[in-house]
Design a protein around this ligand. Structure first.
Ligand code: XIL
Length: 469
């Protein structure tokens, strides 16, 4: 299917991935020039942005639905399938079947994926609802780590934490079981997500954060500013933007977008729907995003009105019968007319992706022994993401000049630190000197090649070193 749609979608996907962003946008963007895209995704891509929709896995078998999805959108957000209750219904038992259906569909169509959401007070499975304190903190971090690791490399942006602030005038955090584990739970979640998927943009996502004068908006702004000043890994802010009579669009929305962007984060409109879908309001939202260089994408929360979580408000761009509404025409026209500011250049991830580093061991300068040992030597390096009371460690095992058939590394933890779980390795011990050995699928490491495993722990890890054999 190498047609115009495919190329547009591929361009948009490129626009989300580092160097491709600059190349793609420079090649296609002329400031102030109207463009003539005929679909939402293609028009947004011409402005260096994406246009996405929430997708429900059980609708992918509806041909009318997928026809519009594939034609119009170049980004998807699983509507419910990546939430905690869906991905970890029993503690420690992860199910990705429905989320994978959406991710695989998106990838086959050249669409990017927003991951939604790793930590949230709602749609928690029963086991998590009943937890508290450090057990909940560890369970939450394990969830973040496992899900982000599973999807590593496939998610353009993760909503790491969703809806953590209270409504009203308090500007306070929302009370929840997660909040009661300590005020640092949000930054701990972001650190764990960064460690698990260094290439994904990490977003904080919330609703009623559109009006710049509202206390909740200011509270989220202050948190993001604080995170940026202290080096907590955050790359983007998601504004859900569910607009209705109780929570209407306001003209200072553009100020909100540009104020967040000025903190050095991308801004994404993540769940847009508007009661009764007034064309003028949809147009204004699109114009506001296009006016802010770091507003790099818009997602509507469903395709047809019948797909909406608020279908009685008819808030989307397509009728239940799949026809384009006036709001659709307004959005497309605004996308084609707007964009007098250059699109954002997406910064590369702060940590290089794990699989692209060159081997750390140079080729041998002396001839290899005539009888090679059954398995070669190796080196191992550890990187630690520490937060108060816990950490995630990533370990890279690199084969020397001979391939490995198996490997083992030992890591000595300082007293007070303990491993709570590990992935991609077998573990013996949990404190003091802990030994990790290969699992079946990573036992073979080619000469000079690297595999990775990781573990999570409590306490303070300090600088860790690893032996390898
Ligand atoms: C909604 C879904 O659309 C519904 O299908 C589900 O029953 C409840 O959740 N904010 C969010 C989204 O972050 O995950 C919510 O999605 C809507 C509000």
């Amino acid at each position: 299917m190498r047609n115009a749609k495919w190329r547009a979608a591929t361009k948009a996907a490129l626009a989300l991935t580092g160097a491709g962003a600059l190349a793609a946008s420079m090649a296609i963007f002329l400031p102030g020039t109207a463009s003539a895209g005929t679909t939402l995704g293609a028009s947004a891509a011409e402005k260096g942005r994406y246009f996405g929709t929430a997708v429900a896995a059980n609708r992918l078998s509806d041909g009318a639905y997928t026809t519009i999805l594939n034609r119009e959108f170049n980004s998807v957000t699983p509507e419910n399938e990546m939430k905690i209750d869906a991905t970890e219904p029993q503690q420690g038992q992860f199910t990705f079947t429905n989320a994978d259906r959406i991710v695989n569909h998106a990838r086959s169509q050249g669409m990017s994926v927003r991951g939604h959401t790793l930590a949230w007070h709602q749609q928690q499975p029963g086991w998590m609802q009943n937890m508290s304190g450090s057990a909940l903190r560890q369970a939450m971090l394990n969830h973040v780590t496992q899900v982000a690791t599973y999807y590593r490399g496939k998610i353009a942006a993760w909503d790491v934490v969703n809806e953590a602030f209270a409504d009203g005038s308090s500007g306070a955090r929302r009370d929840s079981n997660l909040q009661r584990t300590g005020n640092d739970w949000i930054e701990a979640a972001f650190r764990a997500a960064r460690a698990a998927d260094p290439g994904a943009k990490l977003c904080y996502n919330d609703y009623n954060t559109d009006n710049w004068t509202h206390a909740k908006t200011q509270a989220v702004y202050n948190m993001v500013r604080d995170f940026k000043s202290r080096g907590v890994p955050i790359d983007c802010v998601g504004l859900q933007s569910h607009f209705n009579n109780d929570s209407p669009y306001v003209s200072n929305y553009r100020t909100t977008l540009s104020s967040f962007a000025a903190l050095g984060v991308d801004v994404q409109i993540t769940e847009l729907d508007i009661q009764n879908a007034p064309a003028n309001t949809y147009r204004a939202v699109v114009e506001d995003c296009l006016a802010v260089p770091r507003c790099n994408g818009i997602t509507v929360w469903g395709i047809r009105d019948s797909d909406s979580w608020r279908s009685e408000q008819s808030p989307l761009l397509f009728t239940s019968g799949g026809a384009k509404k006036a709001a659709y025409d307004a959005v497309l026209a605004a996308l084609n007319a707007g964009g007098t500011t250059p699109p954002p250049t997406t910064a590369p991830p702060t940590t290089p992706p794990p699989t692209t580093a060159p081997p750390t061991t140079p080729p041998p300068t002396t001839p290899p022994p005539t009888t090679p040992p059954p398995t070669g030597s190796c080196t191992a390096t550890v990187s630690v993401n520490q937060w108060p009371g816990g950490f995630v460690a990533n370990v890279r095992v690199t084969a020397g000049s001979s391939a490995l058939n198996s490997w083992a590394t030992t890591i000595t933890l300082p007293s007070g630190a303990a491993v709570t779980n590990a992935w991609s390795a077998n573990r013996s011990g949990n404190s003091g000197t802990v030994r990790f050995t290969n699992v079946d699928y990573n036992s073979q490491v080619g000469a000079g090649q690297t595999i990775e495993f990781g573990f999570q722990g409590t306490g303070t890890a300090g600088n860790l070193s690893a032996t390898c054999a």
